[in-house]
Design a protein around this ligand. Structure first.
Ligand code: AHR
Length: 646
């Protein structure tokens, strides 16, 4: 049945706004038992994917400072292995040879050996699809070098014609030494990403370099890109789930997120291969994850490696024990006092105060583990963590059903605290699932929806995806007495050609600019108007539409959730209009004072494929207005997400 008029009605006291007998009504019951909204409901999930950190959030501009990304000679051909992201300005002026795994300061490393035949011959690094240069900005750089004499380090245009900033680095000698430099740009040019780093050799001779790094000013000086941090701040994230995702597990044991190798001086972090096909310098390591969410006012949800890798290799029993100790050490690094071994290390690394931590997740997506080993691995971690940190809540990375199926574990022996569920669907799939949590058994484990997304649009999602997302968030929010936390994935994508491994992401950027997708703005709205009490809404007369995908069926046109801020008494009613026609919704409010003017914030467009991009970053954004209700009715725009505040 297709009915355009829908009435939202509160308690009996509000019937003055209701239509004639027999009208279709959507009822908002303000006086029913009010459960709490979880304050942890909206957070962030992150991992190294789509150049999320390298060439993304981690502000360091030089690509592959460790010279780890190499080009092998073609099959059947001989020739040297070459660095992929380092080149010579003039191949006749110098030669460049890769030196692999040589002793360097206090660890082994790759480096570049350059024989300069003439002064001015230079090494070039083009950054991550460009290098952003801004006017009146000071860039802090460092490199390790040895050789003859001096170098000149510059930020230059990609054609070499414009020098934005330059500094001489002198005093190179026979032994490796670290040199620091500052590149300060002038005021008279427009920001550009068409720039690169040039390291020119001031005289002919032999030079060796590695660990060349360059940082622009960063968010709170903590090494992360300000534009991306500011976008995330708009989401008011309660937490950050890290370090993955697949990035936690790695393809092999050697490539897991081995947190101890990601702390301390960035120059001495070995880096590792990430499962999404490129090298991570680990400049964004454990401490940077922790300060990232601290700087945004939230807390970590810490994923610990659980002895299982993406190639399905795993360890159990006594072989798992070193990994359990690693997890205990990691928790100690996060919350331990200065007197503890790893808490003391955190203090030495520059963060004296312990971080907040309430949740630890054992593994990632162990619902994919077909070895049947998760229950045993989980129990080993669970017992060890609870014994030392009974205050922590433990999250299982599998469903309740999978955990108990097969009889390895019995509910009577262990009730899971929280389970992590992941949902990647299209928008129709989200609409279909938008009532899923209404019927979840409240006696079962709490739910953390640790990865979810409506996957429509690429590289970042479009309005249609945001509509599906909003319907799904409405479902989680209505049920946030049970769904205690949720986070979208993936968070980031570098939109430059060749950078994306996973289509449909939340925030897009290139070397210079960043923007939020419509899905991003939907999340900002939901988090901003969160409230702390859930108001049950009972709905009648919701029109339906016929889904045109393989599953078909009738789906509601309108999705909704209502919450209240108990301090201010404000009510937030969130509505999603999934179709391309306007919908008139009749409202009635609880209490004696009828409301005429209400605040309305809306994300809408005529075309559900409408989206944002680097060139049009704000094509689809929330629009705020005050609307005067006419006979208690408000109109929802076609394809819209609306928050009404009253
Ligand atoms: O978010 C992308 C990937 O999806 C994550 O790495 C993994 O956990 C999931 O399969």
């Amino acid at each position: 049945m297709y009915i355009k008029r829908i009435i939202l009605l509160s308690s009996a006291a509000a019937l003055l706004f209701c239509g004639a007998a027999g009208a279709q009504t959507l009822t908002l019951r303000l006086k029913e038992a009010q459960k709490d909204v979880s304050p942890m409901l909206y957070g962030l999930m992150t991992e190294e994917i789509n150049y999320a950190y390298e060439g993304g959030l981690y502000a360091q501009l030089v690509r592959d400072p460790q010279v780890k990304e190499l080009v092998q000679p073609q099959r059947g051909q001989s020739g040297p292995v070459r660095p992929r992201y380092w080149e010579l300005s003039d191949p006749d002026g110098a030669t460049m040879t890769l030196r692999q795994n040589e002793a360097h300061v206090n660890y082994r490393n790759n480096s570049l050996l350059v024989e300069a035949r003439r002064s001015g011959a230079a090494l070039l690094n083009r950054g991550f699809w460009g290098m952003a240069v801004r006017p009146a900005t000071t860039y802090q750089g460092s490199l390790y070098a040895k050789g003859a004499g001096s170098l000149t380090v510059s930020l230059v245009s990609t054609d070499g014609g414009t020098v934005y900033a330059s500094q001489r680095v002198s005093g190179l000698g026979a032994d490796w030494r670290k040199f620091e430099f500052r590149l300060a740009t002038g005021a008279a040019f427009a920001p550009t990403k068409d720039a690169m780093l040039r390291i020119a050799f001031d005289a002919p001779g032999t030079y060796q370099l590695t660990r060349v790094m360059l940082f622009p000013p960063s968010y709170k000086g903590h090494g992360l890109r300000s534009d991306l941090m500011e976008l995330m701040a708009g989401m008011k994230p309660a937490f950050l789930r890290f370090p993955g995702g697949n990035y936690l597990e790695g393809n092999t044991f050697h490539e897991r997120f081995d947190w101890k190798r990601t702390i301390g001086d960035v120059n001495f972090r070995p880096g590792h291969q990430c499962p999404w096909g490129y090298w991570s310098s680990d400049g964004l390591g454990l401490l940077e994850f922790l300060t990232w969410i601290e700087d945004l006012g939230g807390e970590p949800i810490l994923g610990v490696f659980a002895g299982y890798t993406l190639n399905r290799d795993y360890v159990e029993g006594e072989y798992l024990e070193p990994f359990i100790q690693d997890a205990l050490d990691e928790i100690e690094y996060v919350i331990g006092g200065p007197e503890t071994k790893w808490g003391g290390q955190r203090v030495r690394d520059g963060h004296p105060a312990p971080f907040k931590l309430h949740y630890v997740e054992i593994g990632n997506e162990d619902f994919f583990d077909r070895s049947g080993s998760y229950q045993g691995r989980y129990m080993q971690f669970y017992k060890a963590i609870k014994a030392k940190y009974p205050q922590l809540q433990i999250i299982a990375s599998t469903s309740e059903q999978q955990f108990y199926d097969g009889g390895v574990m019995d509910r009577r022996d262990l009730q899971l605290d929280i389970v992590d569920e992941h949902y990647y669907r299209n928008t129709l799939g989200m609409y279909r699932a938008a009532f899923q949590y209404d019927s979840y058994d409240r006696n079962g484990p709490k739910v953390f929806c640790g990865e979810w997304a409506s996957r429509e649009g690429e590289p970042t999602t479009n309005l249609n995806a945001a509509l599906g997302d909003a319907a799904w968030m409405a479902c989680m929010e209505r049920n946030s007495d049970h769904v205690i936390a949720s986070c979208y994935a993936p968070l980031f994508v570098n939109v430059s050609e060749g950078a994306m491994q996973w289509r449909s992401d939340l925030l897009g950027y290139d070397a210079l600019s960043a923007y939020g997708s419509p899905s991003y703005y939907a999340q900002c709205l939901f988090a901003q108007y969160l409230g702390d009490k859930i108001l049950p809404v009972s709905a009648e007369g919701i029109p339906t539409f016929t889904a045109d995908d393989r599953e078909g069926g009738e789906l509601p046109q309108i999705y909704y959730t209502a919450t209240m801020d108990s301090k201010s008494g404000r009510i937030y009613l969130k509505l999603v209009n999934a179709v391309g026609t306007p919908q008139t919704v009749k409202l009635a409010f609880d209490g004696k004072r009828p409301v005429r003017d209400i605040k309305k914030v809306e994300i809408a467009a005529d075309d559900p494929l409408a989206t944002n991009s680097i060139d049009a970053p704000t094509a689809v954004v929330p629009v705020e207005s005050v609307v005067r209700l006419r006979k208690g009715a408000v109109t929802l725009s076609p394809y819209s997400i609306t928050v009404l505040e009253f």
